[in-house]
Design a protein around this ligand. Structure first.
Ligand code: ATP
Ligand code: MG
Length: 300
């Protein structure tokens, strides 16, 4: 009895100092989630069929769940944090704090109708049946726009519903739109955009808050690096000032003289989104030998 007590106390104590993260067991979120964690130095010891996994390089324990269950586990404090689609959070109806948007599993949730319909606008859906796996989000949208439609909740293969006479429209996740097209449907309204987010339990103690801060710091470093490129180029000295104005980098670029008089090498960091426009402009200013290199981690 005593031994058992001691074991349970030590187990409890052990887990007290770990951050519990709920992640999707398998699906559209799971690979990217594990990739982000591994790039942040948090390699989860995954194994076939495991429901709980430890981590050797960070005080963390991972719970593998269906994505629909993640918001409730986090809200109840069974997990401290979770990675789930924004749509999953909204569909749960729970008011969870989103600590970070993670930039992957981007998609939109849209209404679609058979492609031969001459779509008159939202009023089309009045008195119609709409099939969906996301009834909460759809209901909120329809109510907001004063549309009275019948919502058919189904758990999968929503896109076949109009073809088999179950509904006149669907509300589903769209990324490229190819699934809609191959089922003879067209997207008519975008209701929400979603990406993977990190949600936080309402009741975290100080140890876990500190661990979460550490984890978020690492996630941000990985994300920032993914959005940035290291750039090296040669430029005539009289154009350096103009080029620096275009690629100011993190603090300021590094300038080193070349062996040829009147020329310098410039090293800086450029944002992925501005990348091509910036390259065009620095080329016009006389930059040559431009090298662009991926960055693995970025701490600002
Ligand atoms: P589970 O078995 O865990 O319940 P699921 O079948 O409900 O999984 P998935 O298809 O794996 O769910 O989608 C999980 C989440 O990934 C979605 O809620 C959405 O946020 C995102 N997602 C879904 N489909 C796509 C897509 N085609 N492109 C990008 N992100 C997507
Ligand atoms: Mg699901």
């Amino acid at each position: 009895m005593l031994v058992q007590d001691r074991n349970s106390i030590s187990l409890h104590y052990f887990n007290m100092n770990k951050l519990r993260i709920a992640i999707q067991k398998s699906g559209r979120l799971s690979d990217e989630t594990l990739k982000l964690m591994s790039e942040a130095g948090v390699a989860v010891n995954t194994g076939q069929g495991k429901l709980v996994a430890s981590c050797s390089s960070f005080p963390l324990e991972a719970l593998f769940l269906r994505d629909d269950d993640i918001p409730a586990y986090v809200n109840d404090g069974v997990a401290d944090i979770g990675i789930v689609g924004e749509n999953g959070v909204k569909e749960s109806g729970l008011n969870l704090r989103i600590a970070e948007k993670l930039g992957f599993s981007s998609c939109r949730l849209s209404l679609a109708v058979p492609k031969n319909i001459d779509y008159p606008g939202l009023s089309y859906f009045n008195g119609k049946r709409i099939a969906t796996s996301y009834p909460v989000i759809l209901k909120e949208f329809l109510t907001k726009h004063k549309i009275t439609a019948e919502i058919h909740s189904i758990s999968g293969s929503v896109e076949i519903a109009p073809g088999i006479g179950l509904a006149e429209g669907i509300f589903d996740i769209v990324s490229s739109g190819s699934t809609l097209i191959s089922n003879g449907l067209k997207e008519v309204e975008t209701v929400m955009r979603s990406e993977a987010v990190l949600v936080v339990s309402p009741a975290l103690d100080n140890i876990r808050i500190a661990l979460l801060d550490k984890l978020l710091f690492r996630f941000r470093a990985v994300q920032k690096a993914q959005n940035s490129k290291y750039i090296l180029l040669n430029a005539p000295d009289d154009k350096l000032k103009d080029i620096i104005a275009l690629i100011p980098g993190m603090k300021s670029p590094t300038i080193m003289p070349l062996a040829i008089k009147g020329w310098s090498s410039l090293h800086s960091v450029v944002n992925e989104n501005d990348f091509w426009e910036v390259i065009d402009r620095i080329k016009e200013l006389g930059a040559q030998g431009i090298l662009v290199i991926p960055i693995e981690k970025m701490i600002v």
